[in-house]
Design a protein around this ligand. Structure first.
Ligand code: SF4
Length: 666
């Protein structure tokens, strides 16, 4: 055999091609769109692992690259070209404003981006003056603060005072970018957002048809920019194996576009899709057209499947011995081999990612909420999976939750030190499903002992082991914030969902965190099986009291969705719901419709819950009756006092005593 190893990749029809894989050159790509402030960590994990096994591995973030290409002088010029060609009927407030102020946008876009990248802090003075950046329709949101505060003057004075110059400028520059995103959406590509792109084409799509049609359509300006960036990355790294990770439905279309460009221009490159979207939605895929874009799709933790795949590409393993991998020839192959232990999965590396290019944005004037968009965080996990793995709405049957594995504190400390050394940055986000309290305690002690100064935040369960002493210790070790699920604040429903916490316990735990100076974010839910209107109103009253008592500082209401992998999806009868007949699915399969025996219309409450929470996060409306947030629909929509009263009376009064949380804390 020659010094070159060759592999035959079967393609649909008679055509075959060969790939020289004597040396694998691997490129991992983050497709658009994810976050703008920090790289999504999947390629950092993969690249770190592959390098630890001796592979030549590189990575590229085409999400931030695409955003920066559009938000550049040439980008806004190209946008302007399309806005100018819009027929009058299709013009919107955002496109009209952009066209009128185009010269100003062209002059300010590069300085504004440099400011948001932290490269030119002194520009804050000019931005904060509100005479520098053009202020389009998104700036109307500032009036909201005036209304609520019933104050005169610049509403930003309320949020930032006289000295919060950098933050004030950051918020103004973020609104300016949001205006530009609206222009792109209105004039060029209605599927565009800064944190997701064409999400509806992939979210819960049982068939591939819509995605296929979109992929066959001519390029929009966004697609064309992504095409160019893909070609640049391919010519820079010359890979023969491209791994594309799709964590969410909002970057699946981008992933397929990148694969399409790769296959059209470099047909011998092997393309592989993996990531959270595949792990949850593509578990029963049977769609040959997908293999026109990807040669392989791997499921669950990528390390073992990728090792098997590289052996296969180097002719050392037959195709039918791949691990958790879809192939065109065999559809799904799962040759049983143990996964790589979490402690041996290597240290993530950000090498090759443009760490200085990410944008620190300030969308919402809430100190906890900004952590998701402001500043760059080194991302790590304390453990793989969840130690609790019981919640009935969660994908507890899937590997990313069910396989719980802990690395030792020493391994974690080594990873932290290595990331600080590589990036020069000491901010860490532990992106666990639920970081275990014992491991956090051990980590905190180790950080203090080694005098390793970091700032960190992460996801936890509000369980009672987090007492005042532990919260204090975590704060001393650098913990600045925690996030956790309160879900529906109702003891009956928390029991039904097997959350393992009660409302009063959550109050005590969150208060212990907040007393230690740690910010708390609560994930909230509505629409859980058997949840009544009374439950919803009472849950909001609990949430109001938790905000008022300073236990939690921010939150987010999700509508419950039943997934096929969750206990509710597996045993609907235990939760009083009937699942709809499953649709014929050859592509994605995750959410499933259901009928709840209570028959309640949860849509009626969604807007009110979100409005209440938005106000609570800004410290507003905490003394209002929770019924005030709910308006009646249609012609009864409450705009005057009488209608508001009528709307309020249509919503049940809370049965929760007004001082219940206070009493629980006492
Ligand atoms: S919801 Fe969170 S705590 Fe519950 S099983 Fe899932 S990951 Fe674990």
């Amino acid at each position: 055999m020659s010094s070159y190893a060759f592999i035959q990749i079967l393609r649909r029809g008679p055509a075959r091609y060969t790939v020289d894989v004597s040396e694998l050159r691997i490129l991992s790509i983050i497709p658009p769109m994810t976050q703008l402030n920090t790289p999504y960590p999947s390629t950092a994990y993969l690249t770190g692992f592959l390098r630890s096994r001796g592979f030549k591995a590189e990575q590229a973030d085409l999400s931030i690259a695409l955003a920066l290409k559009l938000l550049s002088v040439s980008g806004v010029q190209a946008i302007h070209g399309q806005v100018s060609a819009l027929p009058r009927k299709q013009q919107t407030a955002a496109t009209r404003f952009f066209a009128e102020h185009f010269d100003s946008y062209r002059a300010t876009i590069s300085p504004a981006i440099r400011f948001l990248q932290g490269r030119d802090p002194s520009l804050a003075h000019r931005i904060a003056s509100r005479r520098y950046l053009p202020e389009g329709p998104r700036f109307a949101s500032l009036e909201h603060y005036i209304d609520n505060q019933q104050q005169e003057g610049d509403p930003l004075d309320w949020a930032f005072g006289a000295l919060g110059l950098q933050d004030r400028a950051k918020h103004i520059a973020t609104l300016y970018l949001n205006d530009l995103a609206d222009v792109i959406r209105d004039a060029i590509d209605p599927r565009f957002e800064f944190v997701r792109y064409a999400e509806s084409l992939a979210a819960n799509q049982p068939m591939f048809d819509q995605l296929q049609t979109a992929l066959c359509a001519p390029h929009s300006l966004v697609d064309a920019s992504l095409h160019e960036l893909t070609l640049e990355a391919l010519s820079l790294y010359l890979p023969n194996l491209v791994l594309i990770t799709a964590p969410f439905p909002g970057n699946v279309y981008g992933a397929f576009r990148i694969a399409q460009t790769t296959k059209q221009t470099h047909p011998t490159i092997v393309t592989v899709l993996g990531g959270g979207y595949c792990n949850t939605e593509l578990r029963a895929m049977n769609e040959p057209r997908v293999f026109d874009f990807f040669d392989f799709i791997t499921l669950d933790a990528g390390e073992r499947p990728l090792l098997a795949l590289t052996e296969h590409l180097q002719n050392r393993r037959p195709l039918d011995q791949l691990v958790r991998t879809y192939t065109r020839k065999h559809n799904y192959v799962d040759f049983k081999e143990p996964d790589i232990a979490f402690s041996e999965s290597g240290t993530p590396t950000y090498a090759g990612l443009p760490l200085g290019d990410y944008l620190s944005l300030l969308d919402m004037l809430n100190p906890m909420h900004r952590l998701w968009s402001d500043g760059r965080w080194n991302k790590l996990t304390v453990a793989h999976g969840c130690y609790w793995k019981k919640c009935s709405f969660c994908d507890v049957n899937l590997d990313y939750i069910s396989r719980y594995e802990l690395a030792t504190t020493d391994v974690l400390i080594r990873r932290i030190e290595s990331l600080i050394c590589e990036t020069g940055q000491t901010g860490f986000h532990f992106v666990d499903e639920a970081a275990p309290p014992k491991a956090l305690k051990s980590l905190a002690n180790a950080l203090l002992k080694r005098k390793l100064e970091i700032s960190w935040w992460g996801n936890i369960r509000f369980e009672k082991s987090f007492d005042a002493g532990l919260c204090q210790l975590l704060a001393e070790s650098g913990c600045i914030a925690v996030t956790g699920g309160l879900e529906v604040a109702s003891d009956r429903l928390l029991k039904l969902m097997e959350k393992g916490v009660s409302v009063e316990q959550v109050a005590r735990v969150t208060r212990a965190f907040s007393d230690a100076g740690i910010l708390v974010h609560a994930y909230l839910m509505y629409g859980f099986p058997t949840q009544t209107a009374q439950d919803t109103i009472d849950a909001l009253e609990y949430v109001r009291q938790l905000f008022a008592a300073g236990c939690i500082h921010s939150g987010f209401f999700h509508r419950f969705t039943c997934t096929v992998h969750s206990p509710v999806g597996k045993h609907p009868e235990r939760y009083g719901v009937t699942l709809s007949q499953p649709l014929r699915a050859t592509f994605a399969n995750n959410d499933i419709n259901f009928t709840d025996s209570t028959g309640i219309d949860h849509d009626r409450y969604g807007a009110g819950l979100k409005k209440a929470l938005f106000n609570y996060m800004h410290g507003l409306g905490l003394d209002l009756d929770v019924r005030e947030w709910f308006e009646q629909r249609g012609s009864d929509r409450g705009v005057n006092k009488r209608n508001r009263r009528r709307a309020m009376n249509a919503v049940p009064q809370t049965t929760v005593p007004p001082n219940l949380i206070e009493r629980a804390l006492a």
